[in-house]
Ligand binder design. Sequence first.
Ligand code: HEC
Length: 207
Amino acid sequence: MRKSYLPFIAGMAFVAICLVNCSGNKQTEPAVNLSVAAEKPSFGGYETQVQWGEHLVTIAGCNDCHTPKKMTPMGPVDDTSLMLSGHPEKMPPPTVDRKDVESKGLVVTASFTSWVGPWGITYSANLTPDETGTGKWTESQFLYAIKNSVSKGIPGSRSLLPPMALMPVKFMTDDELKAIYAYLRTIKPIKNSSVQPTPPVLAMKKQ
Ligand code: HEC
């Protein structure tokens, strides 16, 4: 007896599905103009690519290391007159006990632009659009530098060292990095040649 109900139940289920799907619901759905949605570029909620880039630079903390600090009663703050110009080339190397620091840990100097650790000393680079910074870099060079951690984004150049090599910025999407590049084109160009890293003292002694 039970068996004979099955086709009936299956038939009712089919009718119910049909009623739900074919009841004209489609007419009540708001019409989406796909062509307009596709044409409008998305800048992470910002009006322009440059504004989005500025936002990303701010929240990713690029200024923390690439903008020298000045001391105030409230402690060190970004020296905005030197924004993103990297370690000042005329600033002398840090005078810490390098052997001690390099074997035991890491030191960041007062400018926040030079770092001593097991890799030696690194100095943050000039990111401004001056020719001593990223002025001559192409967009694809910038993406290559960040994504592959390669100096100046030139294939075959040396690898970038910590702390830059450890920065999660390499996981940004191409669109995000392009926005950062676009923003960097708009900031004040500052003449300041990037200082190259110094190898660790222990490695130098071996040579
Ligand atoms: C914790 C410090 C720190 C932070 C944060 C940081 N950087 Fe750096 N960055 C450095 C240092 C130090 C170097 C130099 C590394 C070297 O010489 O190997 C560098 C190098 C670079 C270079 C390579 C420059 C060249 O001439 O090859 C680029 C590009 C760069 N940083 C972009 C950025 C961007 C964009 C951000 C933010 C998303 C950022 N950095 C955040 C410390 C930092």
